[in-house]
Design a protein around this ligand. Structure first.
Ligand code: PAF
Length: 281
């Protein structure tokens, strides 16, 4: 389905006979991580509920120097994965449909968006919030599922949905990883063989550093291991409160170790949770 009207009508029709409606927003180039989100959506929706997958490479969340033009697009393979997972509706709008001429409204979450990826990619989360709000209004799902690899995105979208009273449950799904630990991402296909081997050192560095009990030590160890393992210095490494995303000085509450690193031209992000009991409180 390519238009707002057709997807809204299809969902409305099904909503009348069944519920709930669960949305999986994606930018396509679907992989096993997305398949896991679709499966989780089906479990939530139940046999009689409706699973909607949206596929839209959202231009407003890319910076001027980022990879919008090169972002992988695999429409046929995407539709096959959706069909195999029993998706009820796939919404593949055009940019003109989502941003019609004269479109002049955007949504900005101003607290959780500030640090981490938000600091490196100005305007990124404004683009994400705007498109997700549009998708929420078009599909009107009961719940939407996002991968926890993009843990800041999940927190930002959750906050936006709460602040704007969308009444939509924003659920996270654990990161799906390759056998060597690399988090699945559509951008992994940019990596050359050598870069792919180095990329595996990124999650390994985070997992190892997260065993320390002091945020400053975790950050310095992760920075060192990422730099030595991947051959690139990280864009950021941070230990933050899992809810507020504020930097932590002590592990006295649920925390997340999050980082971004560019290997060649490919920007990778990842994170690991750190339990509060892990630190000396
Ligand atoms: O995570 C993504 O793929 C995108 O940021 C999203 C949530 C589909 C919005 O374009």
């Amino acid at each position: 389905m390519r238009t707002l009207g057709t997807v809204a009508e299809a969902v409305e029709f099904r909503r009348n006979c069944s519920s709930p409606v669960v949305l999986v927003p994606t930018m396509g180039a679907l992989h096993a991580g997305h398949a896991a989100l679709i499966d989780a959506a089906r479990i939530r929706a139940g046999k009689n509920g409706t699973v909607v997958v949206s596929i839209f490479v959202n231009p407003t969340q890319f910076g001027a120097k980022e990879d919008l033009a090169d972002y992988p697009r695999t429409p046929e393979a995407d539709l096959k994965i959706c069909a195999e997972r029993g998706t009820d509706a796939v919404f593949v709008p055009t940019a003109e449909e989502m941003y019609p001429p004269g479109d002049a409204t955007s949504i900005e979450e101003t607290a959780l968006s500030r640090g981490l990826c938000g600091a490196q990619r100005p305007g990124h989360f404004r683009g994400v919030c705007t498109v997700v709000a549009k998708l929420f209004n078009i599909v009107r799902p009961d719940a939407a599922i996002f991968g926890e690899k993009d843990f800041q995105q999940l927190a930002v979208v959750r906050r936006m949905a709460r602040d704007l009273f969308f009444g939509i449950e924003v659920a996270g799904h654990p990161t799906v990883r390759e056998a060597d630990g690399l988090a699945m991402s559509s951008r992994n296909r940019y990596l050359s063989t050598d870069e792919r081997a180095r990329a595996a050192q990124f999650p390994a560095a985070l997992t190892c550093a997260a065993k320390e009990t002091n945020p400053a030590v975790i950050i310095s160890k992760a920075t060192d291991l990422i730099t030595r393992g991947t051959g690139s210095s990280p864009e950021y490494v941070a230990v933050v409160d899992a809810e507020t995303l504020e930097p932590l000085q002590a592990l006295d509450r649920p925390a997340v170790l999050a980082a971004a690193v560019k290997i060649g031209q490919t920007r990778l992000i990842d994170n690991v949770r750190i339990a509060p009991s892990h630190g000396k409180i």
